[in-house]
Write a protein that binds this ligand. Structure first.
Ligand SMILES: NC(=O)c1ccc[n+]([C@@H]2O[C@H](COP(=O)([O-])OP(=O)(O)OC[C@H]3O[C@@H](n4cnc5c(N)ncnc54)[C@H](OP(=O)(O)O)[C@@H]3O)[C@@H](O)[C@H]2O)c1
Length: 290
Protein backbone atom coordinates (compact mmCIF):
# COMPACT_ATOMS: atom_id res chain seq x y z
CA UNK A 1 0.00 0.00 0.00
CA UNK A 2 1.43 3.39 -1.03
CA UNK A 3 0.55 6.48 1.01
CA UNK A 4 1.38 10.08 0.11
CA UNK A 5 1.47 12.64 2.96
CA UNK A 6 1.25 16.36 2.07
CA UNK A 7 2.70 19.05 4.35
CA UNK A 8 4.92 16.31 5.75
CA UNK A 9 7.30 18.68 7.57
CA UNK A 10 4.48 20.27 9.63
CA UNK A 11 3.61 19.35 13.19
CA UNK A 12 0.77 17.00 12.17
CA UNK A 13 2.33 15.85 8.89
CA UNK A 14 5.58 14.78 10.56
CA UNK A 15 3.68 12.75 13.19
CA UNK A 16 1.52 11.14 10.48
CA UNK A 17 4.69 10.05 8.68
CA UNK A 18 6.16 8.72 11.96
CA UNK A 19 2.93 6.84 12.76
CA UNK A 20 2.78 5.26 9.29
CA UNK A 21 6.44 4.18 9.50
CA UNK A 22 5.83 2.77 12.99
CA UNK A 23 2.84 0.76 11.76
CA UNK A 24 4.75 -0.40 8.72
CA UNK A 25 7.60 -1.62 10.94
CA UNK A 26 5.12 -3.60 13.07
CA UNK A 27 3.59 -5.43 10.10
CA UNK A 28 4.70 -9.04 10.23
CA UNK A 29 3.22 -10.02 6.86
CA UNK A 30 3.55 -8.39 3.44
CA UNK A 31 5.75 -5.58 2.21
CA UNK A 32 4.53 -2.98 4.77
CA UNK A 33 3.51 0.55 3.88
CA UNK A 34 5.30 2.57 1.22
CA UNK A 35 5.21 6.06 2.76
CA UNK A 36 5.99 9.08 0.56
CA UNK A 37 6.48 12.18 2.72
CA UNK A 38 6.11 15.40 0.68
CA UNK A 39 7.03 18.67 2.38
CA UNK A 40 6.00 21.97 0.75
CA UNK A 41 9.38 22.18 -1.00
CA UNK A 42 8.63 18.83 -2.68
CA UNK A 43 4.94 19.33 -3.42
CA UNK A 44 3.16 22.70 -3.39
CA UNK A 45 -0.54 21.80 -3.30
CA UNK A 46 -1.51 25.16 -4.81
CA UNK A 47 0.27 24.05 -8.03
CA UNK A 48 -2.33 21.95 -9.88
CA UNK A 49 0.10 20.59 -12.46
CA UNK A 50 2.52 19.49 -9.74
CA UNK A 51 -0.20 17.76 -7.72
CA UNK A 52 -1.62 15.93 -10.76
CA UNK A 53 1.86 14.91 -11.96
CA UNK A 54 2.95 13.67 -8.52
CA UNK A 55 -0.20 11.69 -7.79
CA UNK A 56 -0.36 10.24 -11.31
CA UNK A 57 3.28 9.14 -11.13
CA UNK A 58 3.06 7.67 -7.62
CA UNK A 59 -0.38 6.02 -7.94
CA UNK A 60 -0.96 6.10 -4.18
CA UNK A 61 -3.79 4.15 -2.56
CA UNK A 62 -4.22 6.87 0.04
CA UNK A 63 -3.33 10.57 0.35
CA UNK A 64 -3.27 12.05 3.84
CA UNK A 65 -3.53 15.82 3.41
CA UNK A 66 -2.61 17.99 6.42
CA UNK A 67 -0.84 20.63 4.27
CA UNK A 68 -2.29 24.08 4.90
CA UNK A 69 -1.37 27.69 5.41
CA UNK A 70 -2.00 27.75 9.16
CA UNK A 71 -0.88 31.30 10.06
CA UNK A 72 -4.34 32.33 11.24
CA UNK A 73 -3.63 36.05 11.64
CA UNK A 74 -1.61 36.32 8.42
CA UNK A 75 -4.51 34.70 6.52
CA UNK A 76 -6.65 37.77 7.39
CA UNK A 77 -4.13 39.96 5.56
CA UNK A 78 -3.83 37.70 2.50
CA UNK A 79 -7.12 35.85 1.82
CA UNK A 80 -6.04 34.96 -1.71
CA UNK A 81 -3.06 32.99 -0.41
CA UNK A 82 -5.23 31.31 2.26
CA UNK A 83 -7.78 30.17 -0.33
CA UNK A 84 -5.09 29.25 -2.91
CA UNK A 85 -3.50 26.79 -0.45
CA UNK A 86 -6.31 25.65 1.83
CA UNK A 87 -9.27 25.57 -0.58
CA UNK A 88 -7.86 25.37 -4.12
CA UNK A 89 -4.94 23.21 -2.98
CA UNK A 90 -7.45 20.76 -1.54
CA UNK A 91 -9.41 20.84 -4.83
CA UNK A 92 -6.19 19.81 -6.60
CA UNK A 93 -5.57 16.96 -4.15
CA UNK A 94 -9.19 15.80 -4.47
CA UNK A 95 -9.10 15.96 -8.28
CA UNK A 96 -5.82 14.05 -8.49
CA UNK A 97 -7.10 11.38 -6.09
CA UNK A 98 -10.30 10.91 -8.12
CA UNK A 99 -8.17 10.36 -11.24
CA UNK A 100 -5.85 7.93 -9.43
CA UNK A 101 -8.60 6.15 -7.47
CA UNK A 102 -6.92 7.09 -4.17
CA UNK A 103 -8.73 7.69 -0.87
CA UNK A 104 -8.21 11.16 0.69
CA UNK A 105 -8.00 12.09 4.37
CA UNK A 106 -8.14 15.85 5.02
CA UNK A 107 -7.36 17.67 8.26
CA UNK A 108 -9.74 20.49 9.15
CA UNK A 109 -10.28 22.79 12.08
CA UNK A 110 -12.47 23.93 14.98
CA UNK A 111 -12.28 27.41 13.41
CA UNK A 112 -15.04 26.41 10.95
CA UNK A 113 -17.43 27.24 13.85
CA UNK A 114 -18.31 30.72 15.16
CA UNK A 115 -18.10 29.71 18.82
CA UNK A 116 -21.51 31.08 19.83
CA UNK A 117 -22.84 27.66 20.90
CA UNK A 118 -22.95 26.97 24.62
CA UNK A 119 -22.27 23.24 24.17
CA UNK A 120 -19.49 21.37 22.34
CA UNK A 121 -19.91 21.24 18.56
CA UNK A 122 -21.02 18.02 16.91
CA UNK A 123 -20.00 16.99 13.40
CA UNK A 124 -23.52 17.82 12.16
CA UNK A 125 -23.61 21.39 13.52
CA UNK A 126 -23.66 24.18 10.97
CA UNK A 127 -20.26 25.83 10.40
CA UNK A 128 -19.99 29.60 10.31
CA UNK A 129 -16.31 30.60 10.28
CA UNK A 130 -15.30 33.96 11.75
CA UNK A 131 -11.87 34.14 10.12
CA UNK A 132 -10.41 33.90 6.62
CA UNK A 133 -8.42 30.85 7.77
CA UNK A 134 -11.60 29.12 9.01
CA UNK A 135 -13.47 29.99 5.81
CA UNK A 136 -10.63 28.69 3.62
CA UNK A 137 -10.44 25.41 5.56
CA UNK A 138 -14.23 24.96 5.32
CA UNK A 139 -13.99 25.61 1.58
CA UNK A 140 -11.36 22.84 1.49
CA UNK A 141 -13.79 20.43 3.21
CA UNK A 142 -16.34 21.20 0.50
CA UNK A 143 -13.92 20.31 -2.30
CA UNK A 144 -13.84 16.67 -1.22
CA UNK A 145 -15.96 13.81 -2.50
CA UNK A 146 -18.47 12.30 -0.04
CA UNK A 147 -16.23 9.25 0.45
CA UNK A 148 -13.31 11.25 1.87
CA UNK A 149 -12.21 11.20 5.52
CA UNK A 150 -12.43 14.67 7.12
CA UNK A 151 -10.85 14.99 10.57
CA UNK A 152 -11.53 18.26 12.39
CA UNK A 153 -9.22 18.95 15.29
CA UNK A 154 -8.26 21.85 17.59
CA UNK A 155 -5.45 23.58 19.51
CA UNK A 156 -2.73 21.27 18.14
CA UNK A 157 0.68 21.08 19.79
CA UNK A 158 3.47 18.65 19.04
CA UNK A 159 7.20 18.08 18.96
CA UNK A 160 7.69 19.78 15.56
CA UNK A 161 7.16 23.44 14.73
CA UNK A 162 5.83 26.35 16.76
CA UNK A 163 2.82 25.84 19.06
CA UNK A 164 1.35 27.11 22.33
CA UNK A 165 3.24 24.66 24.57
CA UNK A 166 6.51 25.99 23.16
CA UNK A 167 5.25 29.59 23.39
CA UNK A 168 4.36 29.20 27.08
CA UNK A 169 7.76 27.61 27.86
CA UNK A 170 9.62 30.31 25.89
CA UNK A 171 7.75 33.16 27.61
CA UNK A 172 8.32 31.56 31.00
CA UNK A 173 12.08 31.62 30.46
CA UNK A 174 12.31 35.00 28.70
CA UNK A 175 9.73 37.15 30.53
CA UNK A 176 10.14 38.20 34.15
CA UNK A 177 6.96 38.41 36.24
CA UNK A 178 3.40 37.66 35.19
CA UNK A 179 2.40 35.80 32.02
CA UNK A 180 -1.05 36.75 30.72
CA UNK A 181 -3.30 34.34 28.83
CA UNK A 182 -6.93 34.68 27.82
CA UNK A 183 -9.56 32.89 29.84
CA UNK A 184 -12.55 33.57 27.58
CA UNK A 185 -11.74 31.13 24.77
CA UNK A 186 -12.56 27.47 25.40
CA UNK A 187 -11.23 24.53 23.41
CA UNK A 188 -9.65 21.10 23.56
CA UNK A 189 -5.85 20.95 23.26
CA UNK A 190 -4.74 18.08 21.03
CA UNK A 191 -1.28 16.57 20.97
CA UNK A 192 -0.10 15.93 17.42
CA UNK A 193 0.97 12.30 17.83
CA UNK A 194 -2.36 11.32 19.46
CA UNK A 195 -4.16 13.00 16.56
CA UNK A 196 -1.89 11.35 13.99
CA UNK A 197 -2.57 7.87 15.37
CA UNK A 198 -6.37 8.30 15.05
CA UNK A 199 -6.11 10.07 11.68
CA UNK A 200 -4.05 7.19 10.30
CA UNK A 201 -6.47 4.62 11.77
CA UNK A 202 -9.48 6.33 10.14
CA UNK A 203 -7.68 6.94 6.84
CA UNK A 204 -6.41 3.35 6.49
CA UNK A 205 -9.95 2.12 7.18
CA UNK A 206 -11.21 4.54 4.47
CA UNK A 207 -13.84 5.89 6.89
CA UNK A 208 -15.97 8.49 5.13
CA UNK A 209 -17.43 11.72 6.46
CA UNK A 210 -16.53 14.20 9.18
CA UNK A 211 -14.90 13.12 12.46
CA UNK A 212 -14.13 15.46 15.37
CA UNK A 213 -10.83 14.19 16.83
CA UNK A 214 -9.35 15.98 19.85
CA UNK A 215 -7.85 15.06 23.17
CA UNK A 216 -10.64 14.74 25.73
CA UNK A 217 -11.64 17.49 28.17
CA UNK A 218 -11.70 21.23 27.59
CA UNK A 219 -9.95 24.28 28.96
CA UNK A 220 -9.04 27.93 28.38
CA UNK A 221 -5.63 29.24 27.30
CA UNK A 222 -5.16 30.52 30.88
CA UNK A 223 -5.69 27.05 32.38
CA UNK A 224 -3.62 25.53 29.58
CA UNK A 225 -0.63 27.79 30.34
CA UNK A 226 -0.86 26.93 34.05
CA UNK A 227 -0.86 23.22 33.20
CA UNK A 228 2.20 23.59 30.95
CA UNK A 229 4.17 25.44 33.65
CA UNK A 230 3.20 22.91 36.33
CA UNK A 231 4.26 20.01 34.08
CA UNK A 232 7.61 21.75 33.52
CA UNK A 233 8.14 22.10 37.27
CA UNK A 234 7.63 25.89 37.09
CA UNK A 235 5.28 28.13 39.08
CA UNK A 236 1.74 28.12 37.58
CA UNK A 237 0.95 31.09 39.84
CA UNK A 238 2.81 33.33 37.36
CA UNK A 239 -0.08 33.00 34.90
CA UNK A 240 -2.79 35.67 35.07
CA UNK A 241 -6.12 35.57 33.23
CA UNK A 242 -7.07 38.32 30.78
CA UNK A 243 -9.95 38.84 28.34
CA UNK A 244 -9.43 38.53 24.57
CA UNK A 245 -10.40 42.21 24.21
CA UNK A 246 -7.44 43.12 26.46
CA UNK A 247 -4.80 41.44 24.23
CA UNK A 248 -2.14 43.97 23.30
CA UNK A 249 -1.72 44.15 20.36
CA UNK A 250 -5.16 42.76 19.39
CA UNK A 251 -5.11 39.73 17.06
CA UNK A 252 -6.25 40.42 13.47
CA UNK A 253 -8.25 37.17 13.22
CA UNK A 254 -11.28 36.66 15.45
CA UNK A 255 -11.25 33.36 17.36
CA UNK A 256 -14.34 31.37 18.38
CA UNK A 257 -15.09 31.74 22.11
CA UNK A 258 -16.13 28.11 22.29
CA UNK A 259 -14.47 25.72 19.89
CA UNK A 260 -14.83 22.54 21.91
CA UNK A 261 -15.50 19.68 19.48
CA UNK A 262 -17.72 16.87 20.71
CA UNK A 263 -16.12 13.72 19.27
CA UNK A 264 -19.64 12.43 18.63
CA UNK A 265 -18.92 10.21 15.64
CA UNK A 266 -16.04 8.39 17.35
CA UNK A 267 -18.17 7.98 20.49
CA UNK A 268 -21.33 6.81 18.71
CA UNK A 269 -19.30 4.44 16.52
CA UNK A 270 -17.64 2.82 19.54
CA UNK A 271 -14.18 3.98 18.41
CA UNK A 272 -11.71 4.65 21.22
CA UNK A 273 -11.34 8.35 22.07
CA UNK A 274 -8.01 10.15 22.50
CA UNK A 275 -6.61 10.49 26.05
CA UNK A 276 -7.37 13.44 28.37
CA UNK A 277 -5.57 16.57 27.19
CA UNK A 278 -3.86 17.14 30.58
CA UNK A 279 -2.11 13.75 30.41
CA UNK A 280 -0.99 14.15 26.80
CA UNK A 281 0.14 17.77 27.20
CA UNK A 282 2.05 16.95 30.41
CA UNK A 283 3.85 14.10 28.62
CA UNK A 284 4.71 16.43 25.73
CA UNK A 285 6.07 19.07 28.12
CA UNK A 286 8.28 16.47 29.81
CA UNK A 287 9.57 15.35 26.39
CA UNK A 288 10.27 18.94 25.28
CA UNK A 289 12.03 19.97 28.49
CA UNK A 290 14.16 16.96 29.35
N1 LIG B 1 -2.25 23.89 14.59
C1 LIG B 1 -3.50 23.83 15.03
O1 LIG B 1 -3.81 24.25 16.15
C2 LIG B 1 -4.59 23.23 14.17
C3 LIG B 1 -5.89 23.20 14.68
C4 LIG B 1 -6.90 22.65 13.88
C5 LIG B 1 -6.61 22.14 12.63
N2 LIG B 1 -5.34 22.21 12.15
C6 LIG B 1 -5.09 21.69 10.81
O2 LIG B 1 -4.15 20.64 10.92
C7 LIG B 1 -3.36 20.59 9.73
C8 LIG B 1 -1.89 20.55 10.10
O3 LIG B 1 -1.59 21.73 10.83
P1 LIG B 1 -0.21 21.87 11.61
O4 LIG B 1 -0.53 22.31 12.97
O5 LIG B 1 0.61 20.66 11.37
O6 LIG B 1 0.39 23.12 10.83
P2 LIG B 1 1.85 23.35 10.28
O7 LIG B 1 2.84 22.87 11.26
O8 LIG B 1 1.87 24.76 9.81
O9 LIG B 1 1.91 22.36 9.04
C9 LIG B 1 1.33 22.66 7.80
C10 LIG B 1 2.34 22.26 6.75
O10 LIG B 1 1.78 22.58 5.46
C11 LIG B 1 2.81 23.13 4.69
N3 LIG B 1 2.30 23.97 3.61
C12 LIG B 1 1.96 25.28 3.63
N4 LIG B 1 1.59 25.68 2.40
C13 LIG B 1 1.71 24.59 1.60
C14 LIG B 1 1.50 24.38 0.21
N5 LIG B 1 1.11 25.36 -0.59
N6 LIG B 1 1.72 23.14 -0.28
C15 LIG B 1 2.14 22.13 0.52
N7 LIG B 1 2.37 22.28 1.83
C16 LIG B 1 2.15 23.50 2.35
C17 LIG B 1 3.65 23.94 5.65
O11 LIG B 1 4.93 24.15 5.11
P3 LIG B 1 5.76 25.49 5.47
O12 LIG B 1 5.93 25.47 6.96
O13 LIG B 1 7.00 25.32 4.69
O14 LIG B 1 4.89 26.62 5.02
C18 LIG B 1 3.66 23.03 6.88
O15 LIG B 1 4.75 22.13 6.85
C19 LIG B 1 -3.75 21.80 8.88
O16 LIG B 1 -4.60 21.36 7.87
C20 LIG B 1 -4.48 22.70 9.87
O17 LIG B 1 -5.44 23.48 9.21
C21 LIG B 1 -4.31 22.73 12.89
Amino acid sequence: MRILVTGAAGQVGSEVVAELRRRSGEMVKGPGLDVVAAARSELDVSDRDAVLATVTALEPDLVIHPAAWTAVDACEEDPDRAFAVNALGTRHVAEACRLAGAHVAYVSTDYVFDGTATAPYREWDTPNPLSVYGASKLAGERELSPGATIVRTSWVCGRTGPNMVKTVLRLASSTPGALRFVDDQRGSPTVAHDLAAKLVELALARRSGIFHVTNQGETTWFEFARTVLAAAGLDPGRVEPIATMDLDPPRPAPRPKNSVLDNSVLRLSGIELLPEWRDSVAALVVELTR
